[in-house]
Unconditional design. Structure first.
Length: 111
């Protein structure tokens, strides 16, 4: 999903038992200037709604830049059912810019 606005984007929910890679596609910002992502991205997790006191625990491993150098990717696993999380992804670019975008999604418990 490419960024169209500087506001958090909704992504589909996942279950507490799943381990999925989530990402933000910065193509729309990078393409007009021929820029690309570089360096080491950072990802933070926080709670929008719910009661998880350790939201950073949903981050599994380190964030990565996609092979096309347009996306920041982060594996998400676990979490507290019924909680909506906000991921903030920040990355530098080859032209010296720093980009930040956010996504939010719900973690659901299985029945």
């Amino acid at each position: 999903m490419a960024i169209d606005a500087l506001q958090p984007m909704y992504q589909d929910s996942q279950f507490t038992t799943e381990s999925l890679v989530r990402g933000i596609d910065f193509t729309n910002i990078l393409t007009p200037t021929g820029d690309s992502l570089s360096g080491t991205p950072t990802v933070t997790a926080s709670v929008l709604y719910g009661a998880d006191t350790s939201p950073q625990n949903i981050l599994s491993g380190s964030p990565l830049i996609s092979s096309g150098k347009t996306q920041v990717l982060q594996r998400i696993s676990g979490g507290v059912g019924g909680t909506t999380y906000l991921l903030t992804m920040t990355c530098s670019t080859a032209q010296g810019n720093t980009l930040t975008a956010q996504v939010f999604f719900e973690i659901k418990s299985t029945i």
